[in-house]
Ligand binder design. Structure first.
Ligand code: 13P
Ligand code: SF4
Length: 359
């Protein structure tokens, strides 16, 4: 990786001191059934829809599917919530996803099972430091990843997600624009390498994907020579360079479904295996190897903040209306522009793809 990422040494240390342990909800079958039934009734009573990320507990994903909600990546969650007529959106994921939903839908009530569901990329990019960085480079177009606070988005020209970042940066590069990219240094480096764009990178990282190890992956590939390697682009370069396919969570699932290979090594959060296995029941999925800072785990690959979403807390917020996401109006107005720009760009891309298919 080139060495012009922002020297921001303190960020890694601060973020790592704030990472909670992974605590998953364990319920007796009878309690689980009771909660599932109550949540379904409460969703109807509240004119609410449940939108969940692929990394959340399979229990929540199933409930979203069964109740007319949606399970997807961060881009599609935003799009679905925006287009759905429900007056309350219940977002099972991490806080930036709830904030994005609220910014796009100020008239709707947005609830989350746990407001402490953070993200290391968001934590590692405080708005004041980011504003100072942008001030120092006023000639650059500011592109931020969805995994940021509303205040950081408010400073951006574009918001992107992993599913569309390459297309947006290619588009900007073709127009001769120089870019500030934040916060994920690995994703930024991957996009810069792929597009050749002039990008200054913020120095953030995802604490889950950062743990995938290139050396260990090489050994695993030797043990499974037929396996196709699928990698989320928040992973380090030593992992990305061994990938047969790099893409967003939706992209990875589609690849398992559509590619004729029978075996796949997957470098992303383990939560995705639920939908992957449903999409391709006969295929063999192998978690890519990880090693934490203390090297005490292999294949940890679980986001501790996504794990905070559980059935008990979901029932509780629907019953009480607690955990509402609120974004100050002045920030929401400014943050809406880069998000809408992305959704308009994505809709235009889709139109181009569809008309090419029609031809
Ligand atoms: P996606 O945009 O691919 O859903 O990724 C979001 C995320 O937080 C990955 O760690
Ligand atoms: Fe953030 Fe990483 Fe968790 Fe995704 S997996 S929400 S990037 S900490």
């Amino acid at each position: 990786m080139r060495s012009d990422v922002i020297p921001h040494l303190a960020v890694d240390t601060i973020v790592h001191t704030r990472v909670p342990p992974v605590v998953r909800e364990h319920l007796e079958a009878s309690e689980r059934e009771r909660l599932r039934a109550e949540i379904k009734s409460l969703l109807i009573a509240n004119n609410a829809v449940l939108v969940a990320h692929y990394y959340t507990d399979p229990e929540l994903q199933t409930l979203a599917d069964e109740s007319g909600g949606y399970v997807s990546d961060s881009l599609d969650m935003a799009r679905f919530g925006h287009e759905h007529p429900a007056s309350t959106l219940v977002v099972a994921g991490v806080r930036f996803m709830g904030e994005t939903a609220k910014i796009l839908n100020p008239e709707k009530r947005v609830l989350m099972p746990d407001l402490k569901a953070d993200c290391s990329l968001d934590l590692g990019c405080p708005a004041d430091a980011f504003n100072a960085f942008c001030d120092a480079h006023p000639d650059r177009t500011v592109v931020v990843y969805a995994n940021t606070s509303a205040a950081v988005k408010a400073r951006a020209d574009w918001m992107v997600t992993s599913g569309i970042a390459l297309d947006v940066v290619r588009h900007l590069h073709a127009q001769g624009e120089k870019i500030i990219w934040a916060p994920d240094r690995y994703l930024g480096d991957y996009i810069r390498t792929e597009t050749g764009a002039d990008m200054l990178l913020w120095n953030g990282a995802c604490i889950v994907h950062e743990e995938f190890k290139g050396v260990e992956l090489k050994i695993l590939r030797e043990q499974h020579p037929e396996a196709r390697v699928l990698v989320h682009p928040e992973s380090p370069p030593s992992v990305i360079e061994q990938a047969d396919y790099v893409g967003s969570t939706t992209g990875l699932i589609n690849e398992v479904k559509s590619h004729p290979a029978r075996e796949f090594i997957v470098a992303t959060d383990k939560g995705i295996f639920h939908k992957m296995q449903l999409a391709a029941p006969g295929k063999h999925l192998i978690p890519a190897p990880t090693a934490g800072r203390s090297a005490t785990c292999k294949s940890c690959a679980e986001c501790p903040w996504m794990a905070m979403n559980g059935l008990r807390s979901l029932r509780e917020v629907l019953a009480s209306g607690a955990n509402e996401i609120l974004v100050p109006e002045d920030i929401a107005v400014r943050a809406r522009r880069p998000i809408k720009r992305l959704l308009d760009f994505a809709a235009a891309q889709k139109r181009v793809v569809m008309s090419n298919n029609d031809a």
